[in-house]
Design a protein around this ligand. Structure first.
Ligand SMILES: [Zn+2]
Length: 154
């Protein structure tokens, strides 16, 4: 199925907008950078969701190195990201206690994560593969947010 494209044909930037069915795989790719824009308020936030790669000794000893993701929000013009929380193995988003749970970027992420297939916001990827972070160049990869090598890995 060819996904509906927004904007003019050949406008690659428009294809960087992920349709709802591609969003979950992209966010959980391991290295996903994306911007969400509310269609009602035009508020936007840029997030980076990474697969957690380091574990405590205790977790290793107890064999509890589960597939977990850390969630960060862009807070500075110089690519500074602030840790917001985690997506735990069961799939829920949990905020870190170092951040206020009522921070707008926190509320927005929690909502977006719960309503990932909603059309109430735009979902833009940053032009790099959601798994390995390499720049996406061919139109099909840009449309999915995952490069050809990474998408073969299933
Ligand atoms: Zn890749």
């Amino acid at each position: 199925m060819i996904a509906p494209l927004l904007g003019v044909a050949g406008d690659y930037r428009a294809r960087a907008q992920l349709i709802p069915e591609y969003r979950r795989d992209f966010v959980l790719g391991g290295n996903a950078k994306f911007t969400v824009v509310s269609k009602t308020t035009f508020t936007r936030f840029t997030y980076h969701v990474k697969r957690r790669s380091t574990y405590t000794r205790r977790e290793m000893r107890e064999d509890k190195c589960e597939d977990m993701f850390t969630v960060h929000v862009l807070t500075g013009a110089d690519s500074t990201y602030t840790h917001l929380g985690f997506i735990v193995p069961e799939g829920a988003f949990k905020h870190t206690y170092r951040m206020r749970p009522d921070a707008p970027s926190m509320i927005a992420f929690a909502w977006v994560w719960k309503h990932l297939e909603s059309d109430q916001f735009e979902f833009w990827h940053a032009g790099s593969c959601g798994r390995c972070g390499r720049e996406l160049t061919d139109p099909e990869s840009i449309q999915r947010g995952i490069g050809p090598i990474c998408s073969e890995k299933g």
